[in-house]
Design a protein around this ligand. Structure first.
Ligand code: HEC
Length: 210
């Protein structure tokens, strides 16, 4: 074989191998990303259950023990504890937010507000909207898994979020004292109350190791 053909062959072989290598790499990255999203999907479901479960259990226990005045701080405590624990232990963003707010610190960002206004606001417990989930690249170019679960008002919430007639005087007093700009009363059972919002970082994809 003439050296010219030999080197030409070698060149093409190199080019094709490089192409195949890149292709395998991108297939690997894709599979990796999918695995990350599936793991985040599973983790976020567990977090939702944990949040809903502890909120209900702690509210019920506090009500039984000392009535609405005793339960008053539970609604905020459970949420704030979970926000903190998840941020510290896992590096996740997990919190509650709403359109009609009691605590201004719970105000939604544009993304949360947009989804609530567009999709969730008119829904009720009888005509619920499904939980929103999506893997996205956020404004800082970081990939994240997002979950927004609508929360509907239950009978147990009325003592603190219902009509003025349903709210006992002791709670009314606490509300006036602690939340002078409270907009989170006047709800009926089944009304859309707000969301549980979770964001799980999806680490930068690495080339798969063989
Ligand atoms: C015993 C009183 C009480 C009960 C019962 C109660 N909440 Fe609350 N809720 C509060 C208080 C107080 C806050 C303000 C929390 C804070 O300062 O972060 C709050 C805040 C919230 C928020 C956060 C948004 C905002 O407005 O600041 C949501 C969402 C919420 N409650 C939903 C519910 C739901 C759903 C139930 C029933 C399962 C419920 N609450 C039962 C007292 C209560």
């Amino acid at each position: 074989m003439k050296p010219k053909f030999f080197f030409l062959g070698l060149f093409w072989l190199g080019l094709v191998s490089f192409g195949v290598w890149r292709l395998m790499g991108s297939v690997g990255i894709h599979a990796n990303q999918e695995r990350q999203v599936m793991a985040a999907e599973k983790d976020s479901k567990v977090a939702v259950q944990e949040f809903m479960g502890s909120m209900k259990a702690r509210l019920q226990a506090a009500m039984k023990e000392g009535g609405p005045a005793n339960a008053f701080s539970v609604c905020s405590e459970v949420a704030q504890e979970m926000t903190q624990t998840y941020a510290e232990e896992k590096g996740w963003y997990l919190r509650r937010t709403a359109l009609r707010l009691r605590n201004p610190l719970n105000a939604p960002d544009n993304y949360e507000r947009g989804w609530m206004e567009r999709a969730a606001a008119g829904s009720t417990a009888e005509t619920p909207i499904s939980t929103y989930t999506k893997a996205v690249t956020n404004e800082e170019y970081v990939r994240e898994y997002h979950l927004m679960k609508p929360l509907y008002l239950e009978a147990a919430c009325l003592v603190c979020h219902g009509t003025p007639e349903q709210i006992p005087d002791v709670v009314e007093g606490l509300l006036a004292e602690k939340y002078p700009n409270d907009a989170a009363i006047g709800f009926k059972e089944g009304d859309f109350r707000g969301i549980l919002s979770i964001r799980i970082p999806l680490p930068d994809e690495e080339l798969p190791k063989n």
